[in-house]
Structures are given as structure tokens and as C-alpha cells.
Design a protein around this ligand. Structure first.
Ligand code: G
Ligand code: MN
Length: 398
């Protein structure tokens, strides 16, 4: 990794340690290093709008004046964009909490370093450096009324996009997850943020869910006829599933398209399965008895506990993107991730990591024994008729 173009700040009260660290950085290729002896001068160096901004600050936790923790809080409060590496001699669990704290403040922490600083470890942390992206232009906040959305559904403008789900151990495509997209004649292809809230406000998420189920089951039949992987996961609003006619309707739908229930699985957000409503649980049990799969989506964002989770008849645990994206670089995330995977394993369910965007995260998941992965690293959601072509490309590599 070339670090010659980066501006480093080394903040350390101990002049000997500070000089040693600066010299290690120079050996690794750093050309511009500012050294500061305490928290206040370090803060000023990062606030300085006249000189070149600091890209990466290595700060000692134990700084005089303003210690490392206070410095992190102050940087967050002032919205200063800088990457940090924190140095200290604290126990691993405390370092982990500091990482978590910094992340919660919105400060990008590349990691923590024990003293004396080890050059190889420092070099590995520098490899995690990514420059700040220019803030993307905010999408025009266009929202549509329930009537406009309804007219779009009636006009057949809502279609499922499919994202492949891959078995990590073999690279095989196990199935596809369905995402609703609105092919708007003027505004292009729109995601759920354009229509979900308006449907939810009218308690009519089921209207769109059923539009997606119908098309997904039809596509599953088509994929089977073409010899393609055809297991499909469908995201459902809990109210869609809880509707008294759901089972009858889904049975009619799969019969009409000649698709076996084993090809379908329904995804429900973690918050929904927290329900202790016996009627809802009965519904889930019936679905499983009929052969459908059941996935807990966004796992890790809610507050389900092991006790409750063990009683829900789910087949797959889908781990929320917030614990997956960047886990290979962050100990705090990978710790949570690996505990989610352990939980799935101990309950004898499959695990799915969503939001896998990099090769590094893919490798980490493979090493941790995750069952399946989805994400931009593999494929973006695509239209049904692009799946066969994508699969042919994918199979060239596996
Ligand atoms: O949180 P939820 O699983 O509902 O998010 C689904 C959305 O995330 C979909 O619209 C899909 O297009 C998008 N998505 C799928 N894979 C990735 C990924 O690897 N990274 C990001 N940022 N989004 C993804
Ligand atoms: Mn999902």
C-alpha cells in the first residue's frame, strides 16, 4: 500500500515512543508526518483548515490535556473527517469497546495498537485505510402517493429483481433473493425507499408482496424449466404472512405454477419473529410443515434472545449487513459476526451473510464457516432474464 501521499499525525506524550513511531511510519513509506505531544495540540492540528488535512491520526490513549477518548468524542462533535489508529496497553476487551465507541460516534477507526508498536501490525492496519469518498449527491427526495404506486402496480411496472445466494464452501448458487423494483416510466428503476413507506402507511404492504410472490413463483417455474437454480427467497411484511387467507392463497399460487413449496422460502425481519403471539407461531409452524423455508432477516438489529430464537421454526439466519460489511477490517464487527454464526450453528440452522462487498469479507466468512453469502461482491440484484447469462459467467470461475 502506497502511503507517501497521506498526511499522518502522531500524537504521543512520550518523545521517544513518538519518534520511534514516526520513524517506523517513514520506513513504511510515509512522507508527511506531523508530531504532537498532547491532546490539545493534536486536536488543533486536525482542525487546521489552512494546511493539508490530516488523513490518518495515530493517537495515544493516554494523552495529556485531552486524552484519546475525549479526543475521539471531540472529533465526532466537530465532524472532522479523519481516520484513526488508537494506541494503548489496555486489555483486549477494553480496546474492543473503544473501537465500538468510536464507530458509534461515526469515527472511522482502523484499529488499535498495543505498545511497543509492532511494525508488521501497523502495516496491516494501514492496509485498511480507505480515502473518504466525496459525499454522493443526495437522491432527489421524490415520494409517491399510494394512488400513484397502485397505478404502477396495475400497469405491471413492479418487478422482482434477483440476487444470487452462494454456498461459501463450494461457490455453488443455492438460490435467489427477490427485491421489489419499480420500473418507473419517467424516473427509472426505483427501490423500496420510493414506495415502501406509502404502502405501509395505508397498511397495504401485502398488495406489493403478493405482486412479487406471483411473479417470483412464476419465475421459479421458468428457471426450473431452463435447468437453472430456482430456490427463491421472498421478503414479506409480517402482516402479509399473518393475513387469514395467506396459506390458502400461497397454496393456490404454487399449484397454479406447478412449483413445490421446497423451492420457496419467506424472509421475515427479526423484529417480527420476536412475537410471542401463538397464532403467529402456529402460522410459521404450518408453513414449515408444508415444506416452505423460513428465514430471519436483518438478524442482529433486534433484540431476540437465544431462548426465543430456539422456539421459532426458522431454517436460515440472515445476518444483517451492518455486521458483515467491513468485518474483515474490524475486530468489533467480526466478533459479533462470528457469534451470530456460532448461534446459527448451535441451533442447527443455515447462516446467510448479506452485504458482502469485498473479497476480504468473503474470505473471512468462509473461514468462519458461514453457509451462504450474498452481496455486491458476487452480484447486484438483476432482472430475471439476466440470470442465465450471469450464471454462465459465474460458473467459469467456480
Ligand atoms: O436491508 P435489506 O436486506 O432489506 O436491504 C436490501 C437492499 O440492499 C436491496 O435493495 C439490495 O439491492 C441491497 N443490497 C444487496 N446487496 C448489497 C450489498 O452488497 N451492499 C449494499 N450496500 N446493498 C446491497
Ligand atoms: Mn431479505
Amino acid at each position: 500500500m502506497d502511503i507517501a501521499h497521506l498526511h499522518f499525525l502522531v500524537a504521543d506524550g512520550d518523545p521517544i515512543g513518538r519518534r520511534a513511531l514516526a520513524s517506523t511510519l517513514r520506513q513504511l513509506g510515509a512522507a508527511r508526518i506531523t508530531e504532537m505531544p498532547d491532546g490539545h495540540t493534536a486536536l488543533r492540528a486536525m482542525q487546521d483548515s489552512f494546511s493539508r488535512p490530516v488523513d490518518l491520526a495515530l493517537i495515544d490513549l493516554d494523552l495529556h490535556g485531552m486524552d484519546g477518548l475525549e479526543l475521539i468524542r471531540t472529533l465526532a462533535g466537530q465532524d472532522i473527517q479523519v481516520r484513526l489508529i488508537v494506541m494503548g496497553d489496555l486489555a483486549a476487551d477494553l480496546m474492543l469497546s473503544i473501537e465500538t465507541m468510536a464507530q458509534a460516534y461515526g469515527i472511522e477507526l482502523l484499529g488499535t495498537l498495543a505498545r511497543p508498536v509492532n511494525g508488521a501490525r501497523l502495516s496491516a492496519l494501514l492496509g485498511h485505510y480507505t480515502p473518504f469518498k466525496a459525499a454522493p449527491a443526495p437522491a432527489p427526495a421524490r415520494s409517491f402517493s399510494f394512488e400513484e404506486i397502485g397505478a404502477g402496480v396495475e400497469a405491471g411496472q413492479f418487478v422482482p429483481y434477483y440476487q444470487p445466494k452462494i454456498e461459501l464452501a463450494s461457490g455453488k448458487v443455492q438460490g435467489l433473493e427477490t427485491f421489489a423494483r419499480w420500473r418507473h416510466p419517467e424516473h427509472g428503476v426505483l427501490g423500496p425507499s420510493a414506495f415502501k413507506a406509502a404502502l405501509a402507511a395505508q397498511h397495504r404492504l401485502d398488495y406489493l408482496d403478493w405482486e412479487m410472490i406471483e411473479q417470483a413463483v412464476r419465475d421459479s417455474r421458468q428457471f426450473q424449466d431452463q435447468g437453472l437454480p430456482a430456490a427463491i427467497s421472498i421478503n414479506l411484511a409480517p402482516t402479509t404472512l399473518a393475513h387469514p387467507c395467506f396459506l390458502q392463497q400461497i397454496s393456490a399460487c404454487v399449484e397454479r405454477h406447478r412449483v413445490l413449496p421446497g423451492y420457496l422460502s419467506f424472509e421475515l425481519p427479526e423484529s417480527a419473529v420476536l412475537s410471542t403471539d401463538p397464532a403467529f407461531l402456529e402460522r410459521l409452524v404450518r408453513l414449515r410443515m408444508l415444506g416452505y423455508g423460513l428465514a430471519i432477516d436483518d438478524y442482529g438489529t433486534g433484540r431476540s434472545n437465544l431462548q426465543l430464537l430456539a422456539r421459532v421454526p426458522f431454517t436460515e439466519l440472515k445476518i444483517d449487513r451492518s455486521f458483515v460489511d467491513g468485518a474483515s477490517k474490524r475486530l468489533a464487527l467480526s466478533t459479533v459476526l462470528s457469534s451470530c454464526l456460532g448461534l446459527a450453528r448451535s441451533l442447527d440452522r443455515k447462516s446467510v451473510a448479506v452485504g458482502v462487498e469485498t473479497r476480504q469479507d468473503w474470505d473471512l466468512l468462509q473461514g468462519l464457516g458461514c453457509t451462504y453469502a450474498q452481496g455486491y461482491h458476487i452480484a447486484r440484484p438483476m432482472e430475471a432474464d439476466r440470470f442465465a447469462g450471469w450464471l454462465a459467467d459465474w460458473r467459469q470461475f467456480f
